[in-house]
Design a binder for this molecule. Structure first.
Ligand code: ADP
Ligand code: MG
Length: 695
């Protein structure tokens, strides 16, 4: 519960259901259609274990055996079971069973239903049964009880003055009771879409808490000081511009100036710390901007730390940057320190020493750069790549790396664009720079959609690319069969997912390609590999030693191998649109024509069709973000959140833009006229997390 942040009663009250199960009524088997989920009741007639290719427990249930019409029959099928379960479902037991009805080989059946033994005539629930997001080891039934009692105990009196609440929204207490325990007959569809006024109230309150605390943070940050960092004539910044193999685009130039102005301050030795988000589509060229910002800090006599969320990114993405800067630094008697999880022992100690002595002007790595024992001589600027993949704690730790009452400047980079106006109204405490132009000379990536059967053609295409000296990515959605079930899903569903024969996995695909492409080196990288092994494979691919790289989404962001010209994505229908866009962005980074092939297996859902269509029709990240929102509708990809709003649990920045604007205004008015109400509201919503928001 602690891990889920469920500490106070109010936390429990605000832990809202993912969905609901209707146990307020029993269905008759004869009325149910194939594919319908329902609660039914019956008595076990017999139960036996069979081996139809695989050991399974089959329990035959008779609905209403003593009644006049004898009711219907139903088979329960369990592929994973233990002997205790079999005993619980012994003949003669009355069971209440919830699951999805299927017309199976054995007649009507439910696979892995949720089963409970009941007495005859046991009463049904009075309200819909909530299903909460949970994590491994925390049973749903336990959590349900805890939330119910937390909700009961929590003090939910209104803390906001009436003028701070938009008209038409119910009181908080009412909204919460409704959302946890909707009465029978509630339109679950509407509830799921989160348009119900009860949902609106929750979202509004959440956004209001964010806005209040960010507006406060902005005021507080104005009182903090950071060193003023200015470009030195004849320094690293100028030298770097001199060695770059290309000219900056207009957009790059503009954002570099925005950053340099923040760092320089207004002519004094200190200024307020920069807190800037640099967003730009995949391939827009954020890395060079980061390098130039680092050069400014180093010119001014300070250190710069660069942090990426994974070791692959740290090594791959920053290699180019370090390649530019290292010779220039060494010519000035300075160097670079690498800090990643896989660098240990003596090597690490040496790096840590370089950081502490200040010999390392640039410190590059994963979260290892902020570990407690890493002390900086003079950290002036911290740059965080793919900022949405970092926890706020890590960003806070980075900021604390500078002693003496000064704060380092903070530059965060993100490839998940959100419209600029929206970003600015949400991030009250963040300035936003956007690179809205791609480097010249890029041939647009051609995207094609193929049904999965046509593999020979694609394999032939790979041969062509390789013959021309170019490289290929092949991305698969799954690592291997036994993947952890996603959070909040029940194990039974995961077991079903495992059964899906259509899920090709990355290991099989690798074997298939090795066989189909004799003479070509095919590499394999996935999340289960050790960091050092991953890095080694990536290094070989970067160096051009591998023609093909079979990978999971570990390569999703940041990897930069300009020689790669073909991206094949298997089971593309299983990926979200923004993820597909990120993956496609791994090719088309050089001047040669590149292509992206999306393989799918029919049947395609409507939204799946639209996602693939959007990919074919546009390569513009902002347009993709807009389409994504249009297609997915709220809730479809729960948990897949846009950058930066990881702190939002209920509201969706684009979907709830109107609520956001209302909250923004109300926050300013509250801080001015009712600061105590503002403080109470924030502490109710964010508790101890309020501090984190300022990171
Ligand atoms: P991202 O914004 O996705 O991090 P990168 O910084 O990795 O993009 O840049 C993508 C590729 O474009 C790199 O190979 C980089 O060297 C190149 N690049 C960046 N800026 C320019 C430019 N102004 N002109 C030409 N190529 C550029
Ligand atoms: Mg990048």
């Amino acid at each position: 519960m602690h891990r889920l942040g469920l500490v106070r009663d109010i936390d429990l009250a605000l832990h809202l259901p993912l969905r609901y199960e209707d146990e307020t009524r029993l269905s008759r088997l004869s009325r149910l259609r194939d594919g319908e989920a329902a609660l039914v009741e019956g008595v076990v007639q017999d139960s036996r274990v069979e081996s139809r290719g695989r050991r399974q427990l089959l329990v035959r249930l008779q609905e209403d055996p003593d009644g006049g019409d004898r009711g219907g029959e139903l088979t329960l099928r369990f592929l994973n079971f233990h002997s205790g379960q079999q005993r619980q479902m012994a003949p003669g037991t009355r069971l209440r069973v919830r699951g999805e009805l299927r017309g199976g080989f054995l007649g009507r059946e439910m696979v892995h239903p949720v089963v409970r033994a009941v007495a005859e005539g046991e009463p049904l629930s009075a309200s819909l049964t909530p299903v909460y997001p949970t994590s491994a080891g925390l049973p749903q039934a336990y959590l349900r009880k805890a939330v119910a009692s937390g909700l009961h105990r929590a003090v939910l009196a209104e803390v906001l003055p009436p003028e701070a609440i938009p008209p038409g929204l119910p009181p908080l207490k009412e909204a919460l009771r409704f959302l946890h325990h909707p009465p029978p007959g509630t339109d679950l569809e509407a509830l799921h879409e989160r348009h119900h006024p009860a949902w609106q109230r929750l979202k509004y309150d959440e956004l209001l808490a964010q806005q209040i605390s960010q507006q406060q943070a902005r005021v507080e940050r104005g009182r903090l000081t950071a060193p003023a960092l200015r470009v030195a004539a004849g320094g690293l910044y100028e030298a770097l511009l001199g060695v770059l193999p290309f000219a900056l685009t207009g957009a790059q130039q503009r954002v570099v100036e925005e950053i340099a102005a923040d760092l320089a301050g207004e002519g004094l030795d200190t200024t307020r710390p920069m807190h800037r988000l640099l967003q730009g589509d995949v391939g827009a060229g954020k890395t060079v901007v980061a390098a130039l910002a680092a050069a400014v800090a180093i010119d001014a006599g300070w250190q710069c730390a660069l942090m990426a969320p994974t070791e692959i990114l740290a090594e791959q993405h920053f290699r180019k940057l370090v390649g530019w800067l290292l010779p220039l630094l060494e010519a000035r008697g300075r160097t670079v320190a690498w800090l990643t999880g896989s660098r240990k022992g003596k090597a690490r100690a040496q790096m840590v020493e370089r950081v502490a002595s200040g010999e390392a002007a640039l410190v590059v790595g994963t979260h290892a750069v902020i570990q407690d024992d890493v002390h900086y001589a003079r950290l002036g600027l911290a740059i965080v790549d793919e900022q949405h993949r970092f926890g706020v704690h890590q960003r806070l730790a980075l900021r604390r790396k500078l002693a003496g009452g000064l704060e380092p400047h903070l530059l965060m980079m993100s490839a998940t664009p959100i419209p600029r106006t929206l970003a600015m109204s949400y991030y009250a405490d963040l300035d936003v720079s956007t690179i809205d132009e791609l480097p010249p000379g890029r041939t647009p990536i051609v995207t094609k959609v193929f049904v999965d059967g046509r593999r020979e053609e694609i394999v032939a295409r790979i041969r062509d690319e390789a013959a021309g000296g170019r490289q290929v990515y092949w991305v698969c959605p799954l690592i291997e069969e036994a993947e952890e079930p996603p959070e909040g899903r029940e194990p039974a569903t995961a077991a079903l997912a495992r059964e899906q024969p259509a899920l090709r996995n990355v290991i099989e695909t690798h074997a298939m390609l090795e066989q189909a492409l004799p003479g070509l080196a095919v590499g394999l990288v996935h999340g289960r590999l050790k960091a050092a092994d991953k890095a080694a494979v990536m290094a070989r691919f970067s160096a051009g030693e591998l023609a093909v790289l079979v990978a999971t989404t570990v390569i999703e962001v940041g990897v930069d191998v300009p020689n790669a010209s073909l991206m094949v994505i298997e089971h593309a229908e299983r990926f979200g649109l923004s993820q597909l866009h990120q993956l496609r962005g791994r090719v088309g980074r050089g001047s040669q024509a590149s292509a992206c092939v999306l393989l799918y297996s029919p049947p395609l859902s409507d939204s799946g069709k639209q996602r693939l269509k959007a990919m074919v029709e546009t390569t513009d990240g902002f347009e993709i973000a807009r389409r994504d929102l249009e297609i997915r509708g709220p809730g479809e990809f729960m948990g897949e959140r846009q950058s930066g709003d990881a702190m939002l649990r209920f509201a969706d920045l684009q979907e709830d833009e109107a609520l956001l604007r209302a909250a923004r205004q109300a926050a300013a008015a509250l801080l001015r006229d009712h600061p105590e109400a503002a403080a109470r509201h924030v502490s109710r919503w964010l508790g101890t997390k309020a501090e984190l928001l300022k990171a």
